[in-house]
Design a binder for this molecule. Structure first.
Ligand SMILES: CC(C)(COP(=O)(O)OP(=O)(O)OC[C@H]1O[C@@H](n2cnc3c(N)ncnc32)[C@H](O)[C@@H]1OP(=O)(O)O)[C@@H](O)C(=O)NCCC(=O)NCCS
Length: 179
């Protein structure tokens, strides 16, 4: 489903465009950006593969996918709500600030807060979940800053550089909703 445009104080959260794909090719092979991703250091896909991915995202009825743009028009990352389940009223959130010059400036916190608000206020969801590798201090601080609490630990759930690591599971509830 095509994702709506959302606006926060400092960012425009907009549907993917084909011109985003060249940035993804860089971010996909950036060791620092990929360090805590589930499948780090992917091969950079060819551009046709990236365009096909955009079409897949637009066709995904259970997902909303966006690029994050500054108010001056710089595209700095992506964010997604996936596995949206309308019966259970739940979804998963994931975010990548691919442009490292924007790290530590509050972008992820502002964007995650806006997507959680969209999930609760527009989609009527009850719960949003997220995962954070045990060593990913940044995303843990982002999630906790927005109001997520850790509600689980997947022990030895991933392999990183040959070592099994834990993955923290987080959730935030929509306290306004009663159904
Ligand atoms: C993790 C990530 C999303 C954080 O984005 P960001 O825009 O830098 O986060 P914010 O600026 O909103 O930071 C929120 C807080 O976390 C802190 N923080 C951010 N990155 C940090 C890091 N690597 N180490 C320690 N603290 C960090 C910030 O200083 C800030 O602290 P404060 O609340 O005390 O001021 C970003 O580094 C990123 O995209 N990394 C690569 C992809 C990734 O790991 N995605 C998440 C896993 S799926």
């Amino acid at each position: 489903m095509k994702s709506p445009i959302l606006e926060t104080e400092h960012y425009l959260i907009r549907p993917f465009k084909e011109s985003d794909a060249e940035l993804w090719q860089k971010w996909d092979v950036d060791e620092a950006v990929q360090e805590h991703m589930p499948e780090p250091m992917n091969e950079s896909q060819d551009i046709a593969g990236q365009y096909a991915y955009i079409k897949e995202c637009e066709a995904d009825e259970e997902g909303r996918y966006w690029s994050i743009e500054t108010k001056t028009g710089e595209t700095i990352g992506t964010v997604a709500l996936t596995d949206i389940n309308e019966y259970h009223k739940i979804a998963e959130i994931g975010i990548v600030i691919g442009d490292k010059t924007w790290w530590g400036k509050g972008a992820a916190t502002e964007v995650v807060r806006a997507i959680v608000d969209y999930a609760f206020d527009t989609l009527g969801l009850m719960r949003v979940s997220a995962e954070a590798e045990a060593g990913n201090i940044g995303i843990a601080k982002v999630l906790e800053g927005v109001g997520f609490t850790q509600d689980g630990l997947f022990v030895s759930a991933r392999v990183k550089k040959g070592v099994r690591i834990n993955v923290k599971h987080y959730g935030i509830m929509n306290r306004q909703s009663t159904s």
